[in-house]
Design a protein around this ligand. Structure first.
Ligand code: FES
Length: 134
């Protein structure tokens, strides 16, 4: 029953619909179409545009995804790699180190992770180093 209906649509109704479409034979013919002819043509052109978009979409650049994957958005962007050294003797001075890459005092945490977490729903926080008491 379903296949019978599908076959009727593909073999009878679709060709009849396409035959009735006011498709001009030249580009200039589009300029001479009346409003009612354009209205009859619009669904067909919409389907063609959708199929074209779906066919091309896998090949479109995905810049937004690439930008979302960046971790470091602004710290020392002139350097190919950001590396920080901290002397072990200085660890007693600063205990919280940034892991969100949003700190204005990087690599030291300035609490910017709180705003980042609020805006994005993320849950990042600093690395806290503790000295064992002997
Ligand atoms: Fe980045 Fe706190 S500011 S972890």
């Amino acid at each position: 029953m379903v296949l019978e209906s599908l076959a009727r649509i593909v073999k009878v109704q679709l060709p009849a619909y396409l035959k009735r479409l006011p498709l001009p034979e030249s580009v200039g013919g589009f300029l001479r179409l009346t409003v009612s002819e354009w209205l009859r043509l619009l669904p067909f052109l919409g389907v063609l545009a959708l199929l074209g978009y779906l066919a091309v979409r896998p090949f479109l650049p995905k810049k937004k995804q690439q930008k979302d994957s960046l971790i470091n958005l602004k710290i020392q962007k002139e350097n190919p790699k950001v590396v920080n050294e901290i002397n072990i003797e200085d660890l007693c001075l600063t205990k919280a180190y940034c892991r969100c890459w949003r700190s204005k005092t990087f690599p030291v945490c300035d609490g910017s992770h709180n705003k980042h977490n609020e805006l994005t729903g993320d849950n990042v926080g600093p690395l806290i180093l503790k000295k064992k008491e002997v």
